[in-house]
Write a protein of this length. Structure first.
Length: 278
């Protein structure tokens, strides 16, 4: 894989998350060129895609709509703060996107720099690159997983997927079979399904590739502080928690202002002055 190729980034959302996805896409465009965007969904109007594509094509990006029938996963559990089955769509990425590698990102994310080094890094034969779920702590309430490997439980909001390997090894079918077996009992929906199948096969990256805000907020509470300065600025800021930067529950949420910077950033700035650095 060469860096002259386009970076392929996929998302899985429902229509109510389009403002936050647009914010995420703007943050990616701010730091990165040569990107294909793929949106897996069930209910987003075509007019939304036309409006975003009109802006993206001026900068050389591509946006693709991939509509999925919601019937496939409608009966299975999702995370408490996710109201639709769209989170399961990521399991099917290698079958739906004909690329060798795809970076999947949750929509409650802001990208904080160039993704190239991460995206083109060597997976060392692993089918997926992941980051540990730092929110688990010592509590491991998953009877369908071996507690002895709880340290390997990963967060599914950032997945660097070797699609070719998934296709060759039939991993999509394995994941879908696992959904059939465990889908009505898993605590954290698709994240647990992915861990059941892939936790011992994955390559683990550092916290900076999926800086989970709920863990940073936990540190703040435990130490009675309102701000945390990380030694290495996070590449991917993941607001993985019940409370988000777009609500009013936590005005001191870690990097809340970063979300609002990109939420308010006008597309015309990106079109006229792409790839500026904050």
């Amino acid at each position: 894989m060469t860096t002259s190729e386009k970076i392929n980034i996929a998302f899985a959302i429902d229509a109510k998350y389009t403002p936050h996805l647009e914010t995420l896409i703007k943050s990616i465009c701010y730091y990165n060129k040569n990107v294909n965007f793929y949106v897996l969904h069930n209910d987003i109007p075509q007019e939304w895609f036309e409006g975003i594509q009109f802006k993206l094509e001026k900068m050389g990006y591509n946006l693709f709509s991939i509509r999925i029938s919601d019937d496939i996963f409608k009966d299975y559990k999702t995370l408490e703060h996710i109201s639709s089955s769209s989170s399961y769509y990521r399991l099917m990425i290698p079958k739906l996107i004909n690329q060798a590698r795809v970076l999947y990102l949750d929509a409650d994310i802001i990208v904080n720099g160039s993704l190239s080094d991460f995206y083109y890094s060597d997976l060392n034969g692993a089918p997926v690159g992941v980051v540990k779920d730092y929110g688990m702590g010592e509590h491991f309430p998953f009877p369908y997983l071996d507690a002895s490997v709880s340290r390997n439980y990963f967060n599914s909001g950032v997945l660097l997927i070797d699609c070719a390997k998934w296709r060759n090894e039939g991993l999509v079918d394995t994941l879908l079979q696992t959904v059939e077996e465990y889908g009505d009992q898993v605590l954290y929906g698709d994240q647990c399904i992915l861990n059941i199948v892939l936790r011992e096969k994955a390559k683990y990256y550092s916290f900076t590739e999926n800086a989970q805000v709920q863990y940073i907020e936990k540190i703040k509470r435990e130490h009675g502080i309102t701000q945390v300065n990380l030694n290495i600025p996070p590449l991917i800021i993941h607001y993985a928690a019940k409370h988000k930067p777009w609500d009013n529950h936590n005005p001191t949420l870690f990097e809340r202002e970063k979300y609002w910077f990109f939420r308010h950033l006008d597309w015309s700035y990106l079109i006229m002055q792409p790839n500026k650095i904050l």
